[in-house]
Design a protein around this ligand. Structure first.
Ligand SMILES: [Fe+2]
Length: 134
């Protein structure tokens, strides 16, 4: 079951951002399939940890780019990232404690991602493009 579909609506036109966002969509879909299936706690933990690694790498790359160009909305944007990392940590704690993913986790992640890309990420695009980021 695919819960987030990539469409051109999500494109920012910044190469590394679009590539990483597509990987995140795939990782959220994999997690959604796991949550819906008979997979073991170990498999859920592995897939969740893959998603966490991709998210950390993506946020680092995006934040480094915003900082390198002194994007004025950096602090607010980075705090949105930090809030998501706290949620992911909560999901990992739950899986590690043997309780599985909290109900609604993957739907929450799908909505967060779509909303964050279309609102918050979109807000830095003209600024970064004007600074030569492509
Ligand atoms: Fe972001």
């Amino acid at each position: 079951m695919s819960i987030v579909h990539w469409t051109p609506d999500f494109e920012t036109g910044i190469g590394f951002v679009d590539a990483q966002h597509q990987d995140l969509f795939e990782a959220v879909n994999r997690l959604g399939e796991t949550a819906a299936g008979p997979e073991s706690a170990a498999q859920t933990a592995r897939i969740l940890s893959g998603l966490v690694d991709l998210t950390v790498a993506h946020f680092r790359a995006e934040e480094a780019c915003m900082q390198a160009h002194a994007f004025p909305g950096f602090a607010a944007h980075a705090s949105e990232h930090a809030r998501l990392m706290r949620e992911l940590q909560r999901f990992q704690d739950s899986v590690e404690a043997g309780r599985g993913l909290p109900p609604g986790s993957t739907a929450f992640l799908a909505e967060w991602l779509k909303h964050h890309i279309q609102e918050s990420d979109r807000a830095y695009v003209p600024f970064l493009k004007a600074h030569g980021v492509a």
